[in-house]
Design a protein around this ligand. Structure first.
Ligand code: PBG
Length: 328
């Protein structure tokens, strides 16, 4: 054949044609902005390994809510960084714990105009840095931990969250929290389950953001998933949905697009993906050196996550991406 019969390039000729046939687009309402609120600081503090992200005071965190809303972002995820930590993480369910105070303040500010979620875990609150309480051998005690998660869920619901987001990877946590919320009269409070959550080196900068160090060089491999596997992810999703998850999450996002696509194909509830701290930090670091185009990479990565099947994306780029989308 002397010339091609089939010419896919016809549809790529102009920007208008490309826009017309594009299959994936980003909207500010796709994003959830993670917000760190730290107790006992007078002014917001930068996080060295997360350029552009701050540990907020309650006041500055509440202002972030206004900024998010004005850009069309529809959700925030609150992480508390308490002043004091103990062996069972009791500040996590203290009525006046930092996360609860911040949630109340944000809710007062925005009414129902923004979805407020809270990360539900103990690692930010325990002095040993694990996501649950330890048994006499120093192992994370699954069933004792989920009892505490119920308390945290009720404290966050009382403070006014729309959804709690359990991230501790304890077996049965979603069911325990669902029952705990229902028994306390919070049947309308939802659960976004971190269902597919890997033991990942990509969480490095987050540990600085929440001042967490795991005792004795420990890790979370006994409860978070092994990144060599795929089968157990689908099992975790199935369990979480059967226990009452209203949404499920895959985390990290960028290195797990294969799983995200599989979960999106099989899940009957909306699927979220978390572009985590390490993913964000790598883009920032390379861009600072002038090695990559930050805006271009940011949008390309978020499009990839959406294209793989995420209906919601948690990302530290939420506000930057919302700005970039509205300016194109
Ligand atoms: C646990 C939690 C973690 C992240 C979100 N929730 C840390 C972990 O499981 O070790 C990581 C988020 C990120 O890296 O951006 N509370």
């Amino acid at each position: 054949m002397a010339f091609p019969d089939d010419r896919p390039r016809r549809l790529r000729r102009t920007q208008a044609l490309r826009d017309l046939v594009s299959q994936t687009s980003l909207s500010p309402s796709d994003f959830i902005l993670p917000i760190f609120v730290r107790e006992g600081i007078a002014d917001p503090e930068p996080i060295r390994s997360l350029p552009g992200v701050l540990q907020h005071t309650v006041e500055s965190a509440t202002k972030m809510v206004d900024e998010a809303r004005s850009l069309g972002v529809r959700g925030v995820m609150v992480f508390g960084v308490p002043f004091t930590k103990d062996d069972n993480g009791s500040e996590a369910w203290n009525r006046d714990g930092i996360a609860q105070v911040a949630i109340r303040s944000m809710r007062e500010r925005c009414g129902d105009d923004l979805v407020i979620l809270a990360d539900l875990c103990l690692d930010e609150y325990t002095d040993h840095g694990h996501c649950g309480v330890l048994d006499e051998y120093g192992r994370v005690d699954n069933d004792a931990t989920i009892d505490l998660y119920r308390r945290v869920a009720c404290a966050q619901a009382t403070a006014g969250v729309d959804m709690v987001a359990p991230s501790g990877m304890m077996d049965g946590q979603v069911g325990a929290i669902r029952r705990g919320l229902d028994e306390a009269g919070f049947s309308e409070t939802g659960i976004l389950a971190y269902s597919v959550k890997f033991a990942s080196s990509y969480y490095g900068p987050f540990r600085e953001a929440v001042n967490v160090e795991i005792a004795e060089g420990g890790d979370r491999k006994a409860y978070q998933q092994d990144f060599r596997n795929t089968r157990e992810s689908l099992r975790e999703v199935r369990l979480d949905i059967s226990e009452g998850a209203d949404m499920v999450m895959v985390k990290p996002a960028g290195s797990y697009l294969d799983l995200l696509a599989r979960v999106a194909a099989e899940s009957e509830v909306p699927v979220a993906a978390y572009q985590v701290s390490g993913e964000y930090a790598m883009v920032k670091a390379a861009a600072e050196r002038g090695w990559i185009d930050e805006r271009g990479i940011m949008l390309e990565q978020l499009i990839a996550i959406k294209r793989a099947g995420a209906s919601v994306m948690l990302t530290y780029f939420a506000l930057d991406a919302a700005r970039a989308i509205s300016s194109t």
